[in-house]
Design a protein around this ligand. Structure first.
Ligand code: IMP
Ligand code: MG
Length: 182
């Protein structure tokens, strides 16, 4: 079995850069929620490394819950129809919620989640997206916290997958040509 590294064309974000940025985001959250206890909602599966790193970097009280969503349609392009595969365990009414996503591309997944969670009556609702792509033409979603902008290329690592692989890479990179169909 060869290493995952062999499939990577270009490293866009190193482990060190990611770690430093997640530390900064956690510090921002600590500052903004100094007198509140935020509920971080991780969107599975892509946000799981981010959630672990945020959890260890946050110094104030915080709670964690998870949702899993999937969009119908092709594997690498979002169709706009979002289905909840796993819902939150807890009630978010009156809570200060931060949705944590791996990447915003078309914005369709996050705009669906915003609408869905807003209807449950949280005290506040913000979005943290680790990455964003420039093509946010279809739907605009306001990112309160944002890790990095990446070019409009398919990226893997740090939670992001291609056909369920590469989520465990500690950095973000592109796949070598020929490894990805379409
Ligand atoms: P959106 O609904 O188009 O914003 O798509 C967001 C979702 O598409 C993310 O949560 C990812 O699961 C997936 N996605 C978008 N771009 C990439 C990528 O470059 N690599 C891996 N997954 C991606
Ligand atoms: Mg995903």
């Amino acid at each position: 079995m060869t290493g995952l590294d062999d499939d990577i064309d270009e490293v866009l974000l190193t482990q060190q850069a990611i770690s430093a940025r997640v530390g900064e985001l956690a510090a921002e959250i600590d500052r903004d929620y100094a007198d509140r206890e935020p509920l971080l909602v991780g969107v599975l599966k892509g946000a799981f490394p981010l959630m672990g790193d945020l959890a260890r970097a946050l110094q104030g009280p915080a709670q964690f819950d998870f949702m899993a969503v999937s969009s119908y349609g092709s594997a690498t392009r979002t169709s706009g129809v979002v289905r909840i595969l796993k819902d939150l365990e807890g009630d978010i009414a009156g809570r200060d919620v931060i949705i944590c996503e791996d990447i915003v591309d078309s914005g369709l997944t996050l705009s669906y989640l915003l609408r869905n969670l807003r209807a449950r009556g949280p005290a506040s609702l913000e979005i943290l997206s680790f990455l964003s792509k420039p093509d946010q033409t279809r739907v605009h979603v306001p990112l309160r916290y944002h890790g990095f902008a990446v070019p409009d290329v398919f990226v893997v690592g740090y939670g992001l997958d291609y056909q369920e692989r590469y989520r465990n890479l500690p950095y973000v990179g592109t796949l070598k040509p020929g490894l990805r169909a379409g």
